[in-house]
Design a protein around this ligand. Structure first.
Ligand code: ADP
Length: 252
């Protein structure tokens, strides 16, 4: 399969600590790729390096063969990578609909200033953004919440809103950092359907997931980290019986 994302020999140091150690990882177009590992193994740091929150100490990150590390976060988003955060980071005093519209911003040519000095074309563009935002909210069954403040949504719905805000930028790669955390079993079932539907739209998914059952059932490929290093990669069936993986989890 064609490669979408390549993490090439990436090391990320914080002072004397190597949070990621010479990591090589490849994510193919169209797959759902799970990034697993015990707490503190470097998963979120890996997400932070890919999405431009941190610059790697060594190594590079490529999207469709083009180096992306060194770019600002917004530029990496424009190039096609969206993400959610382990700790929800919505614009809590904005409405649900506004959160999705803000997420689309990198796709539109007119900025916030022109939103004040609007031309007809820009008003039409704005109308399209609102329509698209409603489509996205419908996708996760949140249309009825459009006018509410994001902070008033129940936790599980806030997580879904974060996902659609990411999708609003029309990414090639959607990175989900523990999307199922804090969800009950019904919410998790809905989440599984949503992740599958994202994938069916041709968007590649890279997800950090603590729920093993969910990760194993959804992922096409899995990379496992321990103490910042990759200890295994492959399809779920192989990962489940990998002795090093079992020991890494039992050892904690
Ligand atoms: P995981 O997501 O697998 O739980 P993290 O990537 O959050 O792991 O953390 C990996 C290691 O890097 C941990 O030891 C953590 O304390 C450390 N770390 C992560 N971010 C920072 C930071 N900004 N400054 C210092 N240490 C950090």
């Amino acid at each position: 399969m064609e490669e979408l994302l390549k993490v090439n020999h990436v090391t990320m140091k914080f002072g004397g600590l190597k949070a990621i150690n010479e990591l090589d990882m490849s994510v193919s177009k169209g797959e759902i790729h799970g990034l697993l590992g015990p707490n503190g193994s470097g998963k979120t740091t890996c997400f932070n390096v890919i999405s431009g929150v941190y610059q790697p100490t060594e190594g590079n990150v490529f999207l469709e063969g083009k180096q992306i590390n060194g770019n600002e976060r917004y530029a990496i988003n424009e190039l096609g990578i969206a993400r959610t955060f382990q700790h929800i980071s919505l614009f809590s005093t904005m409405s649900v609909l506004e959160n999705v519209i803000v997420g689309q911003h990198c796709r539109t040519k007119s900025g916030l200033v022109s939103a004040i000095l609007r031309t007809k074309k820009e008003r039409q563009e704005e109308q399209k953004m609102v329509e698209r935002a409603y489509e996205l909210l419908d996708f996760v069954n949140l249309t009825h919440r459009a006018g509410e403040l994001a902070c008033n949504l129940p936790y599980g719905e806030q997580r879904l809103l974060e996902i659609v805000r990411g999708l609003a930028s029309a990414p090639k790669l959607m990175m989900l950092d523990e999307a199922s955390a804090g969800m009950n079993s019904t919410e998790k079932k809905d989440l599984i359907q949503i992740i599958r539907a994202i994938s069916q739209q041709g968007i590649t998914v890279l997800m950090i997931e603590h729920d093993m059952k969910l990760a194993m059932s959804l992922s096409d490929e899995i990379t496992v980290l321990d103490h910042g290093s990759k200890i295994a990669e492959g399809p779920p069936a192989d990962i489940q019986k990998n002795q090093q993986v079992i020991e890494a989890y039992l050892g904690k």
